[in-house]
Design a protein around this ligand. Structure first.
Ligand code: ZN
Length: 300
């Protein structure tokens, strides 16, 4: 965990965008009966299919160490558009602002940084105190000069980005500490393992992000592995149904079971069901369920 060379894809575009809501869920949304959700998902899929890279003006900030080798958070407001990072609205040490999403992003980035420092002895994502950059209220194109609230969160190689959600299915992605920690762990991996974005290697990449995302939340709440929840994304779904989440690390393939809009989550939990076909580009967003379950069994 000591290599600190710049991550591949830090300029954006070359590496697939690691999103918290996987493609199979967006595809299910694109087939659902709710017109607003369907149209939004179709626009999101078209946006991804076009391979449009999110703009980023951050290469200089990547190497910016914190002033005193402590956490150094920068939160930006993308104002509903896709140009990142947006307008700087809160920096390290500044008080809360009148925007819940900004303050949630700030707090969750701090919790994640504290976890990696306290548990792993790591100084920020690159172990050299780099700034933690978050953009909130991120939108995505929905037609000519039109944008829609993004129903997702991602790490683009330089920073994390959170959408507000559609308000029907998803709420603001800043709400969930496990989502923020998941995306920022992609940043840690970019400076350490930097696994190849292909098949089982990419599935392991997603697995590490899922596991550390949940571990940060458990650490923050002082929960043991036995008593803790292993669900991902419970705080960002509008539904109050406890089983309607993005992923279940303990029981892959059971999250969002028979959800009328998301469909049933199809992750395998055993190598006997390893996905190797073209769907999900060799199962990169599916096969992470296998090591996820293995980790929970070992942890308990
Ligand atoms: Zn991810």
């Amino acid at each position: 965990m000591s290599r600190t060379s710049p991550p591949r894809g830090a300029e954006g575009g070359r590496r697939p965008r690691p999103c918290i809501v996987p493609p199979y869920m967006v595809e299910a949304m694109a087939r659902c009966d709710d017109r607003a959700i369907r149209d939004g998902a179709i626009a999101a899929l078209g946006h991804c299919a076009a391979g449009r890279a999110f703009g980023s003006d951050l290469p200089a900030l990547l190497a910016t160490p914190s002033p005193a080798e402590r956490r150094h958070r920068l939160v930006y407001d993308a104002c509903g558009k896709d140009r990142l990072p947006g307008t700087l609205v809160r920096t390290e040490g500044e008080p809360e602002v009148a925007d819940t999403a900004v303050d949630e992003a700030y707090e969750h980035a701090g919790d994640t940084c504290d976890f990696f420092h306290a548990v792993c002895g790591r100084n920020s994502l690159n172990d050299r105190g780099m700034a933690l950059i978050s953009s909130v209220h991120v939108g995505e194109p929905a037609g000519r000069d039109r944008f829609q609230p993004m129903s997702n969160a991602f790490w683009n190689g330089s920073q994390m980005a959170d959408g507000e959600g559609d308000g029907t299915l998803f709420r603001s992605f800043t709400r969930a500490l496990d989502v923020a920690a998941h995306e920022l762990t992609h940043g840690v991996q970019a400076f350490t393992s930097n696994l190849v974005s292909l098949r089982q290697s990419e599935a392991i990449h997603e697995h590490f992000a899922d596991v550390f995302g949940v571990l940060v939340r458990q650490w923050r709440r002082r929960e043991t592995a036995v008593e803790a929840s292993w669900l991902v994304g419970a705080d960002v779904l509008v539904s109050a149904e406890t089983r309607q989440v993005i992923r279940d690390l303990e029981h892959p393939g059971t999250a969002s079971a028979d959800h009328p809009l998301l469909g049933s989550e199809p992750q395998p939990g055993h190598m006997k069901r390893l996905c190797e076909g073209p769907a999900g580009a060799g199962g990169v967003h599916l096969n992470s369920g296998i090591p996820n379950r293995a980790f929970v069994i070992a942890a308990r």
